[in-house]
Design a protein. Structure first.
Length: 149
């Protein structure tokens, strides 16, 4: 089994960047819900598209899309959590402001262990959903290649 560590690093860095950016955007009321849905569902196609556009990755099999999507989804959600949770806690504790009421209640009352478990669980959910969208990305890319021919 041949592991491409450079590609793995590129996937992780891109996913972490997009996760952190979405962590800041999610703090904005009303826009936050859409950005969170984008984080959970569409990070993998974005990362795959960028890597293919700059010839860093080639989609040879379904497995490539699934693995890339899972890694991108998990890393993006973890980066999102590292940015979003501390800023939200500071906003709730000091300014009594929450962009999302339900999350505000949880962050105000939950301990570190609960926040860690919830973040890991949602990271796995993000990995699963993004693995599926990575799977779909393979078929879209394959279809577009067949149309070009």
């Amino acid at each position: 089994m041949n592991i491409d560590y450079i590609l793995l690093k590129q996937i992780s860095v891109l996913s972490a960047f997009f996760g952190a950016v979405i962590g800041f955007i999610t703090l904005i009321p009303y826009v936050g819900t859409l950005s969170f849905i984008f984080l959970i569902c569409f990070i993998a196609p974005l990362v795959i598209w960028l890597l293919i556009k700059y010839n860093c990755m080639s989609m040879n099999s379904i497995k490539d899309g699934i693995i890339t999507g899972a890694i991108a989804g998990f890393v993006a959600y973890m980066a999102f959590s590292v940015v979003y949770i501390p800023i939200s806690v500071v906003l709730i504790k000091l300014l009594h402001f929450s962009a999302n009421y339900g999350i505000g209640i949880m962050l105000n009352n939950a301990g570190f262990f609960i926040l860690t478990v919830v973040s890991l669980f949602l990271g796995v959910v993000g990995a699963t959903v993004n693995a599926f969208t990575g799977f779909l990305s393979f078929y879209v890319i394959d279809f577009l290649k067949s149309v070009k021919k």
